[in-house]
Design a protein around this ligand. Structure first.
Ligand code: HEM
Length: 557
């Protein structure tokens, strides 16, 4: 009840129950290069009532006005001459966001307000940019000012180790230690597990060709992606894959697609992360559900078992454990391990559960979207088939080396990711006050910057005829003629997607094997245009992606 919250806040401003608050200095303290010195034993007092009635902070402080809090930042962009949609009290520009279709909304906003505009997530100013030079400046060149993403504090230790939510130096340390788990050598080792899952996928698709000759692409690729995650991030082989009652699948679906994304409650952590944090265990219970705890427990048991075994697994748990254990810090001129065994297990558990959250829907959606576009574009599908068959003569079977050496496959995947970037918006939180273009634009610590990736990828200026699916945009010549900061499917800069190479390996092996064996085509249920689910979903959720499927002649006997 936003208005109730506004009234309560304004009452507390007008009549703070505690009028003064003091602290006793426990260690001598110097402020502002010695301008102010406070000695141990002295008191520091905040006169709260007087503070709340200062004209500078609360214009017309003697007027009781709940709306003033609810709009207190809303002139921020107007004062800088930056356009944008008009915010409403408390909600900013997020009213009804849980009912909107986010990709469509973003395209419309960028069309209306241009390459730089102001938006309000509740009271938080959020600068939306699709200007390639600005993206380069904020996400790459001046990254030190934009290290973090918005997040709220969690008590659960494993979640605190998720790369997506960590902040500042801690993020830098863990990111540097996890990155070596995705080197070419380690991905090549994991590609053997991926290939095994792709063989299962092909067997399952063959049964569809024998039944009604159609596949529900999203369901099929969700099961496949979950198989890959179970093998690589959890070290499990799921026999009952595709069976909705399997606890791994059931819990994973709940965790990655929580029912809350379509409810107004979803607005709160986005717009008021600090307030949300202050709700403590109530807020935590919305995220740390029993379904998520199932995975924490599972990994705890797996790590316990592995600690007593000498077996090699060649999966992500092993690669991450190796990489994180090898990370060192300098103490008294000597290099020593950065983390204790217990901390390493926590970090590995964190990254493995995150692997599921970050790698499931993103990859499953991209494979679904690829399948849809191949069905709708038979010429492109045939060209891809020919290029794969030509390489099969050199390699004999689909493998890591072969998929690295298929430029047309790469072009098709890039175009799918351009057309449908799974993460609709890519954001940063300002960590140090920032000024762009000689002070023309100012961003204060705590404020947000967003690149609406879906809208960026559909801008006529960067991608002429953007609604045309055209892998030729990614030929070496065309790519070289385009500003690279206009492609954000995996984000950009030091905080881009750490799992990008793994995701590409998985998708390339899957598409290569499928196109070599099967042909996709549109059927009555196949939509003309792929649509995505409504609600404050962060990842595109394709709906009704049903396509026809048949075995190619060379595979049908
Ligand atoms: C098609 C598949 C995928 C796409 C399109 C994708 C896209 C993205 C994007 C756009 C970001 C935000 C980057 C930024 O803020 O600049 C991201 C972050 C991340 N992704 Fe992926 N992702 C995919 C698959 C994966 C997989 C398979 C994994 C796990 C192995 C993964 C792990 C992560 C992690 C941990 C982060 C946070 C990185 C950090 O904050 O340091 N992603 N991803």
């Amino acid at each position: 009840m936003p208005y109730l919250e506004m009234v309560v806040k304004e009452v507390l401003r007008y009549y703070p129950p505690i009028i003064r608050m003091d602290r006793k200095c426990t260690k001598n303290y110097i402020y502002d290069n010695g301008r102010i010195k406070i000695y141990k034993g002295q008191l520091v007092t905040i006169p709260i009532l007087a503070l709340h009635h200062m004209e500078e902070y609360y214009p017309n402080p003697e007027i009781f006005d709940p709306e003033s809090y609810a709009t207190s930042t809303h002139n921020y962009f107007f004062d800088q001459g930056i356009p944008g949609p008009k915010p409403i009290p408390f909600f900013g520009n997020m009213w009804g966001i849980w009912k909107n279709n986010i990709p469509e909304l973003d395209v419309a906003l960028v069309k209306k307000y241009g390459k730089v505009f102001g938006y309000f997530d509740g009271l938080i100013p959020n600068l939306w940019i699709t200007d390639a030079d600005m993206i380069k400046a904020m996400y790459v060149k001046d990254f030190e000012h934009f290290v973090d993403r918005r997040s709220f504090e969690m008590k659960t230790k494993v979640i605190r180790k998720w790369l997506t939510v960590m902040k500042g130096q801690e993020w830098k340390d863990i990111r540097s230690s996890v990155t070596p788990a995705f080197t070419t050598g380690k991905i090549k080792r994991m590609s053997v597990l991926i290939k095994d899952c792709v063989d299962n996928l092909c067997d399952r698709v063959t049964t569809f060709t024998e039944n009604d000759g159609k596949i529900d692409a999203k369901m099929t690729f969700s099961a496949f992606t979950m198989d890959v995650i179970a093998r690589c991030a959890f070290g499990l082989n799921i026999e009952t894959l595709g069976n909705k009652d399997d606890p791994f699948i059931r819990n994973a679906q709940h965790v990655t697609n929580p029912p809350s994304s379509k409810s107004p409650i979803v607005f709160l952590p986005f717009a008021y992360p600090n307030f949300f944090t202050s709700l403590g265990s109530l807020a935590e219970s919305i995220f740390v559900t029993k379904e998520l705890k199932f995975f924490f427990k599972l990994l705890e048991n797996i790590l316990k078992e592995r600690s007593q075994s000498k077996e090699k697994f060649h999966d992500f748990i092993e690669a991450a454990d190796e990489a994180i254990s090898e990370f060192t810090k300098e103490v008294d001129g000597k290099l020593v391990p950065m983390w204790t065994r217990e901390e390493i297990d926590e970090i590995v558990m964190g990254q493995s559960t995150l692997f599921m959250l970050a790698g499931f829907d993103t990859t499953a959606a991209t494979l679904t979207n690829t399948c849809f576009q191949l069905a709708r574009n038979p010429d492109i599908q045939e060209k891809l088939y020919e290029s794969i068959m030509a390489k099969m003569e050199d390699y004999g079977e689909v493998c890591h080396e072969m998929v690295q050496n298929l430029p047309y496959l790469e072009m098709v995947i890039q175009e799918v990711l351009r057309f449908y970037p799974p993460l609709i918006r890519v954001e940063r939180q300002c960590t140090k006050d920032y000024s762009y273009d000689n002070g023309r634009i100012k961003i204060k610590k705590g404020q947000l910057v967003t690149v609406p990736a879906f809208a960026l990828h559909h801008m006529e200026e960067y991608y002429p005829d953007p609604e045309k699916f055209d892998p030729e945009r990614w030929s070496p010549e065309n790519k070289a003629n385009r500003n690279p900061y206009t492609f954000m499917a995996f984000g950009i800069g030091p905080r881009n997607c750490v799992g990008m190479r793994f995701a590409l390996e998985e998708m390339k092996i899957a598409i290569c094997c499928l196109v070599q064996k099967f042909r996709f085509f549109p059927v009555e249920e196949t939509p003309e245009k792929l649509r995505f689910d409504d609600g404050l979903v962060q990842i595109l959720q394709p709906i009704r992606a049903v396509v026809g499927i048949e075995l190619r002649q060379s595979n049908s006997n």
